[in-house]
Design a binder for this molecule. Structure first.
Ligand code: AMP
Ligand code: ZN
Length: 457
């Protein structure tokens, strides 16, 4: 079979054929770095990591780009609230993001452009849009004129009334049309800002991705991804900017969007108390179990994140690693994914089916009697695991960490951060539970005037 992907642009599954034979360019919208990533933010990271692994397995030379949005109003507000400089905040949260995503076995992208490194390109694209009659200046702002583009709304399938009624467009007196969106906005002296022909200011969020994708992958590229909340207005506006700046040249060819993640049945929100950062979750469960739980639903379906689901994922990994442990003295056959796992992933990344195939292999392993058969299964378990980003540690390491509480320095630091967060939110029961859990793993915390230190008992 060949790879089939659901393309939001055409609302159907399509065979994936890259623009250039043997090569793929993929751009995924990355985080706005103002706080720890929550488990919903991790969904596109894990999903597009599986897609990247699959494309590479199929022999494509992949360039995977995932940006960092390091200029945005939420960042300005968070820095002020924390009493932290913007540089310190974005550096700290970017580092935390890298560590958390690595703990979920997500490989880093090939290129990770930061918005602040591409301001010149943004200014140039905005100038082009003004020159071509697609944008206008008003009160220190530059706005995209949506009436200048006949196809505006095509990607999201929204008509004008939906856009405005959806209240996701900001109404402002200087807009010619309520659906016009900001390309550039003025900055006061205490805000990050760059000199430009439109005055000192900063870019809007949408222009960042149009410019960073072109700078890294070119005007037309293969895959553009993100969560489905980004279809409108973010991706619709990227299409508008990029197509109009390049006289209608096509932009992304396949639009791939993951469904939303809820927690224990509800939309995640701080007020409901069900907001879960990846860091907190990592303090309670191995990253590999979080990853397997993430893959337990097909990416376009909603995924309800529950403690029970994580426990089930951990038990599934116990079973898989037991099968590998039983094959410890068997020679490893070719490390290749099982055909069933590849077929499942080629069918629009059907990860639940791929996991079913993996469990079936583990079942076969437990029944196999012939050495050659065992060798083949071992190679296929490891190869299939690699494609899914699972089973890449030794069974000893998995069980040692899970049972004897052997815990790495990184995991200890993550637990300490989660405990500080819990205390900040006055969830003292949780803070105590984290301390107790560390104590069980023979790690003792000492709270002092300069923060928390730890030592192994
Ligand atoms: P943001 O930093 O808010 O722009 O989000 C980064 C990525 O996470 C985007 O691709 C979002 O679509 C995605 N995302 C945010 N919340 C969720 C959620 N609850 N479920 C799935 N994806 C999400
Ligand atoms: Zn984007």
């Amino acid at each position: 079979m060949t790879l089939q992907l659901y393309n939001t642009a055409h609302r159907k599954k399509e065979e994936f054929v890259p623009l250039k034979e043997g090569e793929v360019g993929m751009y995924v919208c990355g985080p706005t770095v103002y706080d720890f990533a929550h488990i919903g933010n991790a969904r596109p990271v894990v999903i597009f990591d599986v897609l990247a692994r699959l494309l590479r397995h199929e022999g494509y030379k992949l360039t995977y780009v995932r940006n960092i949005t390091d200029v945005e109003d939420k960042i300005i507000a968070a820095a002020e609230q924390n009493g932290e400089t913007i540089d310190d905040l974005t550096r700290r949260t970017t580092e935390a993001y890298h560590a958390d995503m690595a703990a979920l076995n997500a490989l880093p992208p090939d290129i990770e452009p930061r918005a602040t490194e591409h301001i010149d390109g943004m200014i140039r694209m905005i100038e082009k849009l003004i020159k071509k009659g697609h944008a206008y200046e008003a009160e220190g702002h530059v706005l995209f004129d949506v009436t200048s583009m006949a196809d505006y709304g095509k990607l999201s399938g929204r008509n004008r009334d939906d856009m405005i009624a959806g209240a996701r467009v900001e109404v402002a007196p200087y807009k010619k049309d309520p659906a016009d969106f900001v390309l550039w906005k003025p900055s006061t002296d205490d805000m990050p800002g760059w000199d430009s022909p439109f005055g000192r200011g900063r870019p809007g969020w949408h222009i960042e991705c149009s410019v960073m994708s072109e700078a890294t992958l070119g005007i037309t590229f293969d895959i553009h991804g993100g969560g489905r909340d980004l279809i409108f207005p973010h991706h619709e506006n990227e299409v508008a900017q990029s197509c109009c700046a390049h006289d209608g040249a096509p932009f992304a060819r396949y639009w791939v969007h993951n469904g939303f993640l809820t927690v224990e049945g509800d939309k995640m929100s701080k007020s409901l108390g069900n907001f879960r950062t990846v860091r907190e979750l990592l303090a309670d469960a191995p990253g590999e179990a979080l990853r397997l739980n993430m893959l337990s639903a097909q990416y376009r379906q909603p995924l309800d994140w529950t403690a029970e689901g994580v426990a089930r994922a951990k038990a599934s990994l116990d079973r898989l690693y037991t099968a590998l442990q039983n094959l410890e003295n068997v020679e490893t056959g070719p490390i290749e994914p099982a055909a069933g796992v590849i077929a499942a992933l080629e069918d629009d990344l059907n990860t639940p089916q791929a996991l079913t195939e993996l469990y079936a292999l583990a079942g076969e392993a437990n029944k196999a009697t012939e050495e050659a058969e065992k060798a083949r299964i071992k190679g296929q378990l490891l190869g299939s695991g690699r494609l899914l980003g699972l089973l890449q540690q030794s069974p000893e390491d998995w069980f040692r960490k899970a049972d004897s509480g052997d815990i790495s320095e990184q995991e200890i630091e993550q637990a300490i951060t989660a405990r500080i967060e819990a205390k900040k939110e006055k969830d003292f029961a949780k803070a105590d539970a984290i301390r107790d859990d560390l104590a069980k793993k023979k790690v003792v915390l000492e709270d002092g005037p300069n923060g928390t230190t730890w030592k192994r008992a």
